[in-house]
Design a protein around this ligand. Structure first.
Ligand SMILES: [Zn+2]
Length: 499
């Protein structure tokens, strides 16, 4: 890089170690902080815009706790969150841009990992001929959820329904982890979650505004469309007024489904045709997102329903439909009724197991949720799957202490080459941050009108007749068959259901 010599400064961290960073003329500036980078660009060194924020004992105290006691990206052994292991710490380090250190001089600041390169747009991110320069911008969710901008993005940037579902699972898991520790994000929005739909990954940023138990909450105004209705409705009240509702876990549980709804359905759950007030735009918006907020898919109150809804929450399958109704109908104005992040995570994972690749090459979504075997139609392009190409496995788990009794725990939609894992065959195994073993145990083969389950590495795999099926060999799946997946103690029972 010839020419100007880089102006390198040194930050002294709280433990006395030094960190070099490059001082630039116009550092990127957010609402509260501005940012420099280390020479290798792996870390961001951030200072506060206002000296009173840098000197605030509340902010310092909160950041100390966020970096230590409440840090899920650091193992408990190294001073991180309780119960955090090296493995779960590595897992969550990918889902959060979590501060790693505090700076004591030249002034108070924080050190964060820089966003991984896949969360920045490249030169070919927009459609040919579009006059929009996105190169170098970070991939805030809002670029993908805003219709105007997303229309300009190159198709490969937009991912598929499958990759959007994958990053939705990650986001629900990240929020579940925060809430499990007693933290809440307080400003979850399309600005504070970066997504990469190509790879199906996401990262939660702006962690320094977290609400930490026992400490003063940060004064976060929130972001329009993501602020819980009760927070917006009481914003005019004084901070110490008992009626004033502040950001907390319950308000994250409004913002989370708003983001999930936007990722999966490409529209905002409150943006419908209803006019709430003709007095002024401000009043109309206040009522729309605040005290009178009405879900556009509310089945009892259709006053805000657009007439052109092609794909609806019903098309996302029963698990997500139920939770969206719970969040945006029962829980719209009643925070206690909103589903917990863990429930979203579970429902999204169950929905993942119902994914079906769309046979239409030009389908905009490429994948859809095939939840109703009697109606195997892609809601995005109308393609119908032939009934002989539809097969479900119903999974049942043994009820402890009741020999021979089984409880249904889910259903999986099979397609050719589909991989299956431990959690499809064994009870009490979940594909979460604790699951180390992600070996493909079996895969589906659909040939000549027949369905087979091929053993890859499932030990003790059984056929419907109860014979051992060694690795490399297959089980023929026929309608109505019901058999334990393997001879292990926690084996699930598989039931074959045809379309
Ligand atoms: Zn389709």
């Amino acid at each position: 890089m010839g020419g100007k010599k880089k102006n390198v400064a040194k930050a002294v961290l709280m433990d006395g170690s030094e960190l070099a960073y490059v001082v630039s003329d116009n550092p990127p500036r957010g609402g509260m902080k501005y940012t420099y980078f280390t020479p290798d660009k792996k870390l961001a060194v951030q200072f506060f815009n206002k000296p009173e924020d840098a000197n605030s004992p509340c902010i310092r105290d909160r950041l100390e706790k966020i970096i230590g006691l409440y840090n899920p990206t650091l193992s408990e052994e190294k001073g991180g969150a309780m119960g955090s292991t090296e493995q779960t710490a590595d897992y969550f380090a990918k889902l959060f841009c979590w501060p790693v250190a505090l700076v004591q001089s030249p002034e108070f600041g924080i050190v964060c990992p820089a966003y991984p390169p896949n969360f920045f747009f490249g030169k070919k991110s927009v459609k040919a001929g579009v006059q929009l320069d996105m190169a170098g911008k970070d991939k805030k969710s809002r670029w993908f959820t805003s219709r105007t901008i997303s229309r300009c993005l190159a198709d490969e940037e937009k991912g598929t329904f499958q990759t959007m579902l994958r990053l939705s699972i990650s986001l629900a898991r990240a929020v579940r982890r925060l809430h499990a520790a007693g933290l809440s994000h307080s400003d979850l929005s399309s600005n504070n979650v970066l997504i990469d739909p190509r790879t199906g990954s996401c990262v939660v940023i702006d962690i320094d505004s977290l609400v930490v138990p026992g400490l003063f909450p940060p004064e976060v105004a929130g972001t329009k469309g993501y602020i819980a209705p009760e927070v917006l409705a009481t914003m005019e009240l004084a901070l110490d007024d008992p009626g004033r509702k502040l950001p907390c876990a319950g308000t994250d549980l409004f913002a989370l489904p708003v983001l999930l709804y936007e990722y999966l359905l490409k529209r905002h759950p409150l943006d419908g045709p209803k006019i709430y007030s003709t007095a002024s735009t401000e009043e109309d918006e206040f009522l729309q997102y605040g005290p009178k907020a009405t879900f556009i898919e509310n089945p009892k109150d259709t006053s805000n329903r657009p007439d052109d809804l092609k794909v609806t929450i019903q098309d996302l399958g029963p698990y997500l439909e139920r939770l969206f109704l719970q969040a945006f109908v029962d829980g719209m104005h009643d925070p206690d009724k909103r589903p917990a992040a863990a429930e979203w995570e579970k429902a999204l994972v169950k929905t993942w197991d119902l994914l079906q690749p769309c046979p239409n090459q030009d389908c905009p979504a490429k994948w859809f949720v095939l939840h109703d075997i009697r109606r195997p139609v892609c809601p995005y392009c109308g393609s119908r799957i032939r009934s002989e190409d539809v097969l479900h496995l119903r999974l049942k788990r043994p009820i402890r202490g009741r020999r021979g009794q089984w409880q249904p725990i889910g259903e999986i939609n099979l397609y050719d080459h589909m991989p299956l894992f431990n959690w499809h065959f064994l009870a009490n195994t979940y594909p979460d941050e604790k699951m180390q073993d992600r070996t493909m145990r079996a895969y589906v083969s659909h040939q000549g009108g027949q369905w087979y389950l091929v053993n890859n590495s499932l030990s003790g795999m059984l056929s419907p007749k109860g014979n051992l099926v060694p690795a490399g060999q297959a089980v023929w799946l026929r309608q109505g068959e019901l058999f334990p997946a393997c001879n292990q103690q926690d084996a699930l029972l598989l039931e074959v259901i045809r379309g």
